[in-house]
Design a protein around this ligand. Sequence first.
Ligand SMILES: [Fe+2]
Ligand SMILES: [Fe+2]
Length: 273
Amino acid sequence: MLKIIFFGDITGEPGRKVVKKILPVLLDSEKPDLVLANVENLAHGKGVTVKTLEELIRAGISGFTSGNHIYSKKDLSDETFNKYPDKIVKPANIPDTYAGKLAVVLPTPKGDVLIGNFLGQVFMEKQFHDPINSPFFEVESWLIQNNPKNYAATLIDFHAEATSEKIAFGYFLDGRISALVGTHTHIPTADAKVLSGGTAYITDVGMCGAAGSVLGVKKELSLQRFTTGSWVPFDIPEDASEAEISYVIISIDEATHKATRIISRHQVIKLHE
Ligand SMILES: [Fe+2]
Ligand SMILES: [Fe+2]
């Protein structure tokens, strides 16, 4: 049985800190074959950098997925995609002018694992200004190009806002990939399950980031936007004393490529004693 741990959107320094604190315990207790994470918010809440990605690689995470914010620090994100093309996967349904590979293959003791990443279209227009092609359309050619039967397991991160689009994509891919994990909303959903065709599914894994925040950013700034209607820049509470950590643990039969179990966990952890 191939076991994968997947962390939801790791958001800024509090997210990196809580993952680095908990991962050694999880590696010991769960003995996963592969650890993955969504890193669109890794560097101070927006985008990814070589330095922040390397922090996670040193901690034991070997594969990374993206989202609408992954190119927010454009040059630094491009540098990261170019330095680690075999570790970080880009959304497959955005223009090909963006850096990164559409599929990444990660070796494990139980066989190679294929990972992919797609953006949803519903309510995402304001979040990603270039056209997002239909994930339902684009995933068909992705599956032809990267035949999941050639791998021990295939996991896709569906980075999307609408719960309906996410579960529909889950049913669309049921039986064709081993796992479809949702990200982007930063709020974990209580619907982890193995669909009837053998695909592990969750609408949203949730985030790893500051507790007492709004989706990982300082709550005062978010409240200011809502109460005054005026735009203020967001910031990460870097000195947060507690952080949320959200992840799923997925078991996959590498012979059939089907999932047998998915469990989701969400905890609040003290960062300073
Ligand atoms: Fe995010
Ligand atoms: Fe996102």
